[in-house]
Design a protein around this ligand. Structure first.
Ligand SMILES: *Cc1c(COP(=O)(O)O)cnc(C)c1O
Length: 408
């Protein structure tokens, strides 16, 4: 099967005019190990959803390596020998970082919202949400459809652009039981707009679920100032705050739920917790990532997503120059993006490498993508552009070699 697939693919390449050398046995051996491969991200999109969002911090990768092949104390208290919960490993550090009573983790942000809605509202209750916050998160998936799967009825208040505290109050008086706030992670409304802040929502007395999207644990960074900080929602009194592990938090795919002791207990005892809970591998990586945030300066340095956001222009320039020295092309001004449905308006300006090519940009782009290792680039003004922002220091030489091969 594998050999046949490789041959079919090679035949298609030859018919399409590809004349480069191809080591077909090597390709076949590689495919036998599965189709997932390490790729080089030269797109400049930091949280590239199709490339697995956030690259892991080194301590998280090391923790995975140290535990993956063996057993771990996932649900065993090593001091007492008693059975414990896997969320114990998260609760302490998240209490410290957010001020919440308790915490647990599930498969992703959408699962966190589903579980929170089911546990706090369920089929007999209704969730009050602003019409301006009925967000489509990506891949055609919509927040209201996810919440509907919890069985709760959704009560929409306000209009697309404006909602007032009174709108929520009226809906709660008419029988609404829970308030949901959803951060507009991937879009911004400007102009004649009005919103209600989290503290005001919490003052209404009903339990509030705050879906903050990215999970900013360290709001000290300038670029993150406009993102809702988890600790602020906890302090305002939200019963539950949910967020993703692999957006601006910069860890593995996960959905994190922090909140009051009662609310987290309700989540933990809900039947959906079991199908949604986080597996041990992402949990190991998540705990190691969160530990970095105990020292915010260390997090900015060692969490790759944060480091890529704030990298110095001189560092980018040196990387771009090294690419040009080894693989040609010229340094031009470019714009990188945060991606992953976060900070949609932010344009990260910096030097990028526009490649020289004797073939059309589309063909070179495809050849880089099909290389070994694959290098994902972007096309700007009909030139293939490689952005050094999303390449690690130790990936630059591999990227340069990949470019040379694609050009030869
Ligand atoms: C991204 C996002 C989600 C979904 O999170 P995933 O981790 O992608 O499942 C839910 N709500 C908001 C506000 C988001 O930004």
């Amino acid at each position: 099967m594998v050999a046949k697939g490789v041959l079919v693919e090679r035949r298609a390449q030859l018919l399409a005019g590809t004349t480069d050398e191809a080591d077909l046995p090597a390709r076949g051996r590689e495919r036998l190990g599965g189709s997932l491969r390490r790729v080089l991200n030269g797109t400049g999109v930091i949280l590239h959803t199709n490339l697995g969002r956030a690259p892991l911090p080194s301590p998280a990768a090391a923790a995975l390596l140290a535990t993956a092949e063996g057993y771990v104390n996932l649900e065993v208290d090593l001091l007492e020998g008693a059975r414990s919960s896997r969320d114990q490993h998260l609760a302490g550090v998240l209490q410290e970082l957010t001020g919440a009573d308790d915490a647990l983790a599930v498969n992703n942000g959408a699962a966190a919202l589903l579980l929170a809605s089911a546990a706090l509202a369920g089929p007999t209750a209704s969730i009050v949400v602003s019409r301006g916050q009925l967000v489509e998160i990506g891949g055609g998936f919509r927040i209201p459809d996810v919440v509907a799967q919890a069985g709760a009825q959704l009560v929409e208040v306000g209009t697309t652009n404006r909602v007032r505290l009174d709108d929520y109050r009226t809906a709660l008086d008419a029988g609404g039981t829970v308030v949901l706030r959803v951060h507009p992670s991937n879009f911004r409304a400007v102009g004649f707009v009005a919103d209600v802040d989290i503290a005001a929502l919490c003052s209404l007395g009903a339990p509030v679920i705050d879906d903050v999207g990215s999970g900013v644990l360290h709001p000290g960074m300038d670029l993150l100032r406009d993102e809702p900080a988890v600790a602020q929602s906890v302090q305002a009194g939200a019963a539950i705050v949910c967020f993703s592990g692999d957006k601006l938090l910069g860890g593995p795919q996960a959905g994190i739920i922090v909140g009051s002791a009662d609310a987290i207990e309700a989540c933990r005892h809900h039947p959906l917790y079991r199908p949604l809970r986080l597996g041990r591998l992402p949990l190991v990586a998540l705990v190691a990532t969160l530990a970095l945030y105990r020292d915010p300066r260390r997090a900015c340095r060692e969490v790759p997503a944060l480091a890529m956001l704030s990298v110095e222009p001189a560092v980018l320039h040196a990387r771009a120059q090294r690419l040009v020295d080894r693989a040609g092309g010229e340094i031009v001004d470019g714009v990188a993006r945060v991606g992953g449905g976060a900070l949609p308006l932010v344009e990260l300006r910096g030097p990028v490498v526009a490649l020289d090519a004797h073939v059309p940009a589309g063909a070179l782009h495809a050849r880089l993508r099909d290389g070994d290792p694959p290098l994902l680039a972007r096309i700007t003004s009909e030139r293939v552009v490689v952005d050094p922002r999303t390449l690690r220091e130790d990936e630059i030489d591999f990227a340069a070699a990949a470019i040379r091969r694609a050009l030869s």
